[in-house]
Design a protein around this ligand. Structure first.
Ligand code: SF4
Length: 319
């Protein structure tokens, strides 16, 4: 059952949801995707190899090097070449699924792999694993702003939190676009992401602010498109303890006139404990939110940083 009010759609390699679509009739069910994330998102499962008409079970395919880029061919029947079909499906999916806000791919696959996919040389030996699955490559080229991750990388708490954050940012932007973009809406959106950007890409926050300021001079649609691409690129940089600590300090500054010296000291100690790795990010954040509930600040209340994704996902417990 979904625990998220809206319905945020995410594309996903079908085998990660437990569908028996792999070449050997098996699956690669991901507990995180199937049992946890599926309660928060509407997954749109696609198996590209099935979708282009290959059967299950089937001979595996693999990437082989080629002057025009790697090709996906059969491992038994070398004349089987599904490169065009996979590439076309990637482009078609990017166009048709225009309402998805992210994509989770199965790693190492010649169709779905996002990075480090083996590409075989003419002598049959694998080259350094530097390829990208052909479906994934076409999808990512057609939708460069879309948050995309591999299931394996989502086991890393930092990358997981970063990906889910980007999905929610993407969804909020889509909502803004749907409601009708305005200069005011863009300025408010940028304000809302100030501290999230400070935690990931402080320099880009300023650059994006300068871009937003061009609204009166340059067409709003042009500024908005550039803004969103740059924002999504900036948010790919994961935040770390140092940058989070910096943001926590800034946020605590809003409370300096309303907290007692004991409360201030307690908050500072907790922030320092987080910086040293003694407690997770959720600890100082919970205390900060507690104080902001007692001493509300309209500007801080709008900040996405305090609640970029549902608390029940517990993503900040592991940071
Ligand atoms: S990795 Fe992609 S192509 Fe392979 S079984 Fe999973 S969904 Fe299908």
């Amino acid at each position: 059952m979904s625990v998220h009010n809206g319905s945020i759609k995410i594309g996903i390699s079908a085998c990660l949801l437990g569908q028996p679509v792999r070449y050997n009739g098996g699956h690669k069910a991901s507990e995180l995707c199937r049992d946890v994330l599926s309660r928060y998102f509407d997954f749109v499962p696609i198996c590209p190899e099935k979708a282009i008409g290959l059967s299950t079970p089937r001979q595996p395919i693999r990437l082989v090097s080629h002057p025009e880029g790697p090709r996906a061919v059969g491992t038994v029947d070398l004349s089987l070449d599904v490169s065009e079909s996979l590439t076309n499906l990637g482009k078609q999916t990017a166009e048709e699924l225009d309402d998805i806000c992210g994509y989770i791919l199965m790693q190492k696959s010649p169709s779905c792999g996002m990075e480090r996919v083996k590409v075989y040389r003419d002598n049959g030996q694998p080259a350094d694993p530097v390829g990208r699955g052909l479906f994934a490559a076409a999808l990512m080229q057609a939708r460069p702003d879309l948050p995309v991750e591999e299931d394996g990388r989502l086991n890393d708490p930092v990358l997981r939190e970063n990906f889910i954050t980007r999905v929610f940012v993407y969804a909020e932007w889509q909502k803004l676009v749907k409601a009708g973009m305005s200069r005011h809406g863009l300025i408010r959106f940028h304000e809302r992401y100030k501290y999230l950007l400070m935690a990931t890409a402080r320099k880009q926050y300023k650059q994006l602010g300068q871009l937003v300021a061009q609204c009166g001079v340059v067409a709003l649609s042009t500024v908005a498109a550039q803004y969103f691409s740059q924002l999504m690129a900036a948010l790919k940089q994961p935040a770390n303890r140092g940058t989070h600590t910096n943001v926590l300090q800034h946020l605590s500054g809003y409370l300096k006139h309303v907290l007692s010296s004991e409360d201030k000291q307690e908050l500072q100690e907790l922030i320092q404990q987080y910086r040293k790795g003694v407690v997770p990010l959720v600890s100082p954040l919970t205390l900060l939110k507690h104080h902001f509930r007692r001493h509300p600040d309209a500007y801080i209340a709008r900040q996405a940083y305090l609640q970029p994704h549902p608390e029940t996902l517990g993503l900040r417990n592991a940071l």
